[in-house]
Design a protein around this ligand. Structure first.
Ligand code: SF4
Ligand code: SF4
Length: 151
């Protein structure tokens, strides 16, 4: 059995209200970055965390607090969500820090199949900077029902 954790971008899950449904769907269906596991090996989701919020250049290590919350439960692999790989300027620093602190934890850079990162970043920017009330959410982006500004 592979014991799996997922870490997501707090901008996407908290500010843009994503419940990680696509990440979790791909895990259940063993698609995207979960299809590489041996077919006869059950996958168990041990925990789903978001990053600790943008850390400034001063304290990228603060992500360890969040990772520890799942890594302490005999985790085999930690998947960085697609959104983290597409928008996070600290991604490589995080990989370096987590690797140094948890050398036996496999880090996988992805969850669901990538969408073009430039399109994704444009959508995230619209979600994070919008002035609509009620605000649109990641669910609107996933379902393709997002309104463009001025619509
Ligand atoms: S961009 Fe990176 S540091 Fe900022 S909230 Fe997203 S994952 Fe966290
Ligand atoms: S990768 Fe996609 S589904 Fe998963 S948390 Fe990020 S935006 Fe949501």
């Amino acid at each position: 059995m592979a014991r799996i954790g997922i870490i997501t971008c707090a901008n996407c899950t908290q500010d843009a209200n994503c419940a990680a449904v696509v990440c979790l769907g791909e895990l259940r269906k063993r698609r995207g970055f979960f299809e590489g596991y041996p077919k006869d090996e059950p996958l168990e989701l041990i925990g789903l965390i978001s990053c600790a919020g943008c850390p400034t250049l001063a304290a990228p290590e603060k992500i360890l607090r969040r990772v520890k919350a799942v890594a302490d439960f005999r985790l085999d692999a930690l998947h960085f969500s697609f959104c983290m790989t597409a928008v996070c300027p600290f991604l490589h620093k995080y990989v370096e820090i987590i690797n140094a602190y948890f050398p036996n934890l496999e880090l996988v850079l992805g969850t669901h199949k990538p969408v073009p990162p430039a399109d994704f970043r444009r959508g995230i920017k619209e979600l994070l900077c919008q002035t609509l009330n009620p605000p649109q959410t990641m669910g609107d982006m996933i379902r393709g029902t997002m309104k463009t500004p001025g619509e």
